[in-house]
Design a protein around this ligand. Sequence first.
Ligand code: ACO
Length: 326
Amino acid sequence: MISNPTSGPSSSEGHGIGPWGLSLSGVGIALPEKILANSDLTAWMDTSDEWIRERTGIAERRIGGSTSGLATEAARQAIEDADVPVDSIEQVILATTSPDHICPGTAPAVARELGLQCGAFDVQAACSGWVYGLVVANGLLLQGMNRVLVIGAESLDRITDYHDRGTGILFGNGAGAAIVDRDETGAGRLLSWDMGSNGNYVHILYAEHGDVLKMDGREVFRQAVTVMQTSATNSLKRAGLTVDDIDLIIPHQANIRIVEAAWKKLGFSMEKTEMVLEHTGNTSAASIPLALQSALDKGRIQPGTNVLFLGFGAGMTWASAIVRWA
Ligand code: ACO
């Protein structure tokens, strides 16, 4: 496990991290137009809308578009939302499991579309990727940068077999982006974070070159509940907060039953949880910023709101971060 670097690489008590803070000053999303509903899947798959809804919480997912295209659209919206000049962005971080190419990364193409020549790299940490990106962005701000663009974008339809009952019911495309700014006032802040991985579980969810995702759904379910519990507990502890201090939880949107099972163990309530899964399916690295946009649209986030982001994914990887909203 990686611990917070307040006093060196082995510290595990880090929170606050630096005299200034962080502000997510603009957010944007993109979803392709084409909807693949559960009822569409029943045309070629032995399943039902009722079964998929009951076992996953998903009614439909989006397909089409490219990772770079969706990422660029979400980024443009985030830039507009933040109302900042494009050329003030100093770094592009793109979390994705479904890059346009194996090589090069997709982030430079997105930067090009935005008219940028700043640093640009991909993060491949599956569904935890956007939270990994947020923590890395915080590190870059601590190194002196002022503005980082953190995107989660996927075109999972390229690596999903929509005839497979285990995976075809879950995955969809989408993107979400945030402008992450240094907040000199320190009002907004990354209060704590936790990142980890367990490579012993690489085999439970993977895609080989040129192939589709293969998954042991039951094992992913089991591991996901465990790592969400561990990671959320670590971040709470490092921030010196309790469950009651968290105003809003934005989990990775994989399966409503995974969230419910983890929440039962953690003592979290679904009322404090933002879910968009029903209409997006599992969009991997895009799912948390997609839900973030939804929470902002509903006015669920105000200055001072403590937001817990909680991701897990193939690897297994996991990541959580508690942000006090600027
Ligand atoms: N439609 C109808 N019946 C189905 C389907 C389906 N799509 N899939 C399986 N079944 C049947 C099985 O044949 C089985 O029938 P049987 O009891 O007669 O043998 C029964 O339903 C139960 O099958 P399970 O595979 O045990 O179903 P489960 O309840 O585990 O649900 C699911 C499967 C939804 C995939 C679940 O395991 C799951 O969500 N796991 C986590 C997956 C996940 O979140 N992955 C991504 C996380 S990480 C990331 O996002 C990259």
